[in-house]
Design a protein around this ligand. Structure first.
Ligand SMILES: *[C@@H]1O[C@H](CO)[C@@H](O)[C@H](O)[C@H]1NC(C)=O
Ligand SMILES: *[C@@H]1O[C@H](CO)[C@@H](O)[C@H](O)[C@H]1NC(C)=O
Ligand SMILES: *[C@@H]1O[C@H](CO)[C@@H](O)[C@H](O)[C@H]1NC(C)=O
Ligand SMILES: *[C@@H]1O[C@H](CO)[C@@H](O)[C@H](O)[C@H]1NC(C)=O
Ligand SMILES: *[C@@H]1O[C@H](CO)[C@@H](O)[C@H](O)[C@H]1NC(C)=O
Length: 207
């Protein structure tokens, strides 16, 4: 009885896995759900087909079927960042976008002004890598994108969609609506950051 209850719980937990996809800029490789809890979603090596990305006025876009998540963006100015250390300087993670929370599920387009954080080396022509950290309730998930920064580019190409579409997980109303972003709850920023930091610490300790 107890073991079957446990199995059921495991099953439910598995079904609720909070995966996300990085839609823009494109990640290092094809999405592999099982590898998403790993550094860069399982892609440790830098790619050469970098996305030319605006130094200022950019955005990133993710989708998730899981309502209630926290996400932030780390940046590395190392040419071939292949471990979490390369996203830190003197042990401090380089945050290009502070952690923020949203209670919804669906597609989200979030402003990403890379100059805002004032990180040394984040400049015109630089090759950098961003790592999106996503936490939807069952551990941190990661996706990386290799970029070449451009000051001449003032926004991502016009053919890249930037809109929020919320997907309800309730089966009765699978409609999509445009979110105003009002659901963004910044009060969870600090706790999300702490979760991410402690998790990265565990990984660093294991490595
Ligand atoms: C680079 O190539 C890989 C492998 O074909 C692909 O998965 C990835 O999306 C490409 N990245 C960009 C930015 O086009
Ligand atoms: C940036 O990366 C590209 C592709 O890997 C490479 O061809 C280029 O030389 C690099 N640029 C700099 C400034 O390192
Ligand atoms: C990006 O941030 C920089 C530094 O804070 C600011 O000067 C610039 O206006 C911002 N760009 C956009 C498009 O908001
Ligand atoms: C990247 O991280 C590795 C492992 O901590 C370190 O040995 C290497 O010096 C780092 N690279 C740079 C350029 O900081
Ligand atoms: C989408 O929602 C996020 C909050 O999750 C908000 O920061 C962003 O500005 C919204 N984007 C658009 C295009 O409304």
């Amino acid at each position: 009885m107890i073991s079957s209850t446990f199995a059921l719980l495991l099953c439910l937990f598995g079904a609720a896995n909070a995966h996300f996809r990085l839609l823009y800029p494109l990640p290092r490789g094809n999405f592999v759900a099982d590898l998403e809890p790993n550094f860069c979603g399982g892609y440790t090596e830098v790619t050469t087909n970098r996305t030319t990305f605006p130094l200022s006025g950019g955005f990133f876009s993710i989708s998730t079927g899981h309502p209630g998540w926290t996400a932030g963006v780390l940046i590395s100015t190392v040419e071939n960042p292949n471990n979490f250390d390369n996203f830190s300087v003197n042990g401090v993670q380089q945050l290009a976008k502070p952690f923020a929370r949203d209670e919804g599920a669906g597609t989200f387009c979030i402003p990403l002004n890379l100059t805002e954080a004032g990180i040394p080396g984040v400049q015109d022509g630089a090759n950098v890598t961003i790592q999106v950290l996503f936490e939807g309730g069952d551990g941190n998930l990661y996706q990386c994108a290799d970029l070449t920064l451009s000051a001449a580019l003032t926004s991502p190409p016009a053919d890249i969609t930037c809109s929020n579409a919320s997907a309800t997980t309730s089966s009765s109303s699978p409609t999509a609506t445009t979110s105003t972003g009002a659901a963004l709850d910044l009060s969870h920023e600090a706790s999300g950051f702490a979760v991410v930091l402690s998790f990265a610490g565990v990984i660093a300790a294991v490595l």
